[in-house]
Design a binder for this molecule. Structure first.
Ligand code: KG4
Ligand code: ZN
Length: 337
């Protein structure tokens, strides 16, 4: 039986998942409900912002109710209400932020503004509360690709990031080109199992060049290869593309762990649900004698448990956020120089 202390209600509506969760002390998950809008957006081949905001308005109340009922926690037992305030789609963010602030006001609880990127970093602590820092985090999602050195709670050093497309964006664009539908990551992941990752030698951009990434040239190479070889097996293209992405991500992450003397490597963000990336991270960490933290897939993709966890830490470091706190679609991860 988990102790009912440090209870935070988290709300996540930054993109196309409507989610709510109750988490104790940033680690004990009492409930985590995620309602995905994937089916709504699939016919358009990507997330349509206006459709997303409207769906959040419709789904947030039932999702919140389910998260509260499932947790067995009464509103008066909560320590705070936390919501993602950015980055993300502004209309979507505003739905969750407005709801969280209203509930905080009505229940007379502190409101905590949460950075979505920081929330992804905290997903690991939900499964491994005793992680030793410093840790290199490879944060790979639909909108971001970053290598972050987490030195302490709330203290991050940005080692590198993408100079163009995010890794998830590359998966989504290549999948769309190959006619595999949306979202592209899971589609390429499952098709790759039937393909040969060594079939096509796609370029690995900026491989020996610092910690930044570039994926737009890779996407163009895939398009050019398929145009020149119309009979190529789609599974081989998918597997070879995935291999190129994983190779670059893991090579740089591994080097970052060695260069910084970090205790381990942690994966976060939607692309961290990728089977090949997860396996490679486990393999290289085993070879290098460092720890690998690979959260379960449901914690890698957007969820509110990670928002509640980050909210708990932020409440203790910064205190509550003001109720006139807005949403910021281009919010950055707070980093030290
Ligand atoms: O973190 P997330 O759920 O939302 C953002 O904050 O962006 O990440 C979504 C991204 C999408 O680009 C999706 O295609 C990708 O994560 N993704 C995957 C897999 N599952 C989701 N990419 C590769 N392999 C997967 N299995
Ligand atoms: Zn995300």
């Amino acid at each position: 039986m988990m102790e009912k202390t440090g209870l935070v209600l988290g709300i996540e509506t930054s993109c196309d998942e409507t989610a709510a969760a109750v988490v104790g002390r940033g680690v004990n998950v009492f409930s985590s409900v995620v309602s995905s809008q994937i089916d709504l957006h699939a016919r358009y081949g990507g997330v349509v912002p206006e459709v997303a905001s409207r769906a959040h308005v419709e789904m947030l109340t039932p999702v919140l109710a389910e998260a509260l009922v499932e947790s067995g926690v009464e509103p008066d037992e909560l320590d705070a209400v936390a919501a993602t305030v950015g980055p993300g789609l502004i209309g979507s963010l505003l739905v969750g932020v407005s709801a969280a602030k209203s509930l905080a006001l009505v229940w007379d609880k502190p409101f905590v503004a949460v950075n979505h990127l920081e929330a992804h970093l905290y997903s690991t602590f939900l499964e491994d509360p005793d992680i030793e820092l410093p840790l290199v985090v490879l944060l790979v999602s639909g909108g971001h690709t970053m290598l972050v050195l987490m030195e302490a709670h709330g203290r991050y050093r940005l080692l590198g990031e993408t100079v163009d497309d995010a890794a998830g964006e590359a998966f989504d664009k290549v999948a769309r080109y190959l006619g595999l539908g949306y979202p592209g990551g899971p589609a390429i992941d499952s098709l790759s199992i039937k393909g040969d990752p060594g079939a096509i030698d796609f370029p690995r951009a900026m491989m020996s060049d610092g910690y930044d990434f570039s994926f737009s040239g890779l996407k163009t190479s895939v398009v050019n290869h398929v145009r020149k070889n119309p009979d190529v097996a789609t599974a081989d293209v998918a597997a070879s593309f995935q291999e190129a992405v994983v190779d670059v991500l893991i090579t740089k992450a591994r080097r970052a762990v060695a260069d910084t003397g970090a205790k381990g490597l942690c994966l976060a963000g939607g692309v961290a649900a990728n089977s090949a990336l997860r396996q490679r991270a486990l393999d290289v960490c085993m070879d290098d004698g460092v720890r690998a933290f690979v959260p379960s897939r449901s914690l890698c993709t957007d969820n509110a448990a990670m928002v509640a966890a980050a909210g708990w830490w932020r409440l203790h470091t910064d205190g509550p956020s003001p109720l006139d706190h807005g949403a910021d679609s281009s919010l950055r991860l707070p980093t030290v120089a």
